[in-house]
Design a protein around this ligand. Sequence first.
Ligand code: SAT
Ligand code: MN
Length: 607
Amino acid sequence: MNLDCIRHPRLREWIDENVAMCMPDDVVVCDGGHEEADRLAERMLRSGSFKRLEKRPNSFAVRSDPGDVARVENNTFICSRFREEAGPTNNWRDPQEMKGELRQRFFGCMRGRTMYVIPFSMGPVGGPLSQIGVELTDSVYVVLNMRIMTRMGEAVLKELDRDKPFVKCLHSVGYPLTLGRHELPWPCDSNNKYIVHFPEERSIWSYGSGYGGNALLGKKCYALRIASVMARDQGWLAEHMLILGITNPDGKKKYIAAAFPSACGKTNLAMLVPNLPGWKVETVGDDIAWLRWGDDGRLYAINPEYGFFGVAPGTSLKSNPNAMRSTEKNCIFTNVATTPDGDVWWEGIGGEPPAGLVDWLGEPYDPSKGKPAAHPNSRFTAPASQCPVIDQAWEDPRGVPISAILFGGRRAGTVPLVHEAMDWEHGVFMGSIVSSETTAAAAGAVGQLRRDPFAMLPFCGYNMGDYFHHWLRMGERSGVKHPRFYYVNWFRKGADGKFLWPGFGDNARVLKWIFERCDGAGEAVETPIGNVPAPGALDLDGLDLSPEAMAELLTVREDEWLADVPGIRAFFGSFHDGFPEELVARLDWLERRLRHPAAKRHRSAIA
Ligand code: SAT
Ligand code: MN
């Protein structure tokens, strides 16, 4: 479609300005239909970017530039008016200064290319919790991925005709096809990446990268960084959380939301096949949740996305059969290895690497080099509707009612398998002290422990001190029914350096205890950090786990936790004066309990 189909005056104006700046040869408005997608995929095949996967209908493999393989946190900026508003955990730049710098980058950056206009909805089109965005991009890869990850095209244009507000998302790979330059399989400007957010004007400018969250602007940039600011202003929550439904053998169902850092198993938990007879888990979302109090006082969540952008390595029919089945057709695979018969392969998919494997760099795979065949952050983009256990309510525009909120991360020590918060405020404190070992989802060292509160460290679009405030205030609404809060750790290791807990389908055992706790049943014992399952309260039927390993998994060692306290205190102290006092008081409370674990404890002791 051409620009005549755009009737929203401010949208048309914004497109015109960007056409003048970026100077594309052509502008195309995406309708989101099949024919358009087929045409674009055909173009990618002809240019050699895409490789058709004979084994998976309508699916393609693509290799990125080796310098463009993950999110780039160092090049991610929150350009609020004042530094203070971005807070100590974000890179801040003055908005005017940054715009000046960006204009130079964007000037003529789309020469020789087509600018695609992608109208998209985060959440079901027209839903009360949904929001609209428009991405302008010169990347066909982005168009095809956005078509899987968001609801995009004509239906959203109709919404825009009603003069709805929209988030402005400008993206360029930063590789104009000027004289003498030829097209590359993965154009980018890998030495000059900018992922920039202007929260006050609700806009995003992304330059130089074509990969994942850097370029699919509906995801981290909009649905988390910009949406977290909208949520603060409007009284809701935009969170880095999966949403799942869990049904017990009596047919009773509850919904759970869970925040884990990138590449810590959100997709696996969201699609889990319980190792407990009669229990069932269904998927609402695997990465992002938007939450609001409903009229009945319960907390309702929608998944604003339409697909999964999941980590490929480690995904197998054993570890996550539902993810594997979601990727049988209509998918895009980025930076995986490919087999000679037209399929994909990655480490942990099961079995030995087949003969003739081509690695993610396009080279014949040579195991003697000791390098993986698939990049550790290789991904599948799959339509959520293809998930065999997609929840019947996953597209309910009102969302699903949340009974429990989980936090977690990768911690080799200290943190037990599961512990429960006493109340909302304690839950917010738990979220604020989450720490995790870093993964390949972001550029940089892997395996380093860092504080990652609410798994939102790279995704909070404003001062995290204010973010904690916002969470505390949300819980103070009158007449609301608080969900319960839990902190889980599937990754605790024994003295031999091996994981103690089998994880995957056995995580259902922990979900079962949480389910029972939400019903007022399920035995617990109090520890200085919160409640852990009482001996015998976790259903371990059929699990081959030594009593020693189980005991270790639930052990809370005061000295280990006390060793964490100074780091938490320093982290809290890095915020400005407005840091919520309640959380500092909670830390004092925790420290006191850890120092005097046997002392009689009263809730009032923190008052
Ligand atoms: O930000 S991405 O969507 O590329 C991946 C992630 O961090 O989960
Ligand atoms: Mn994520």
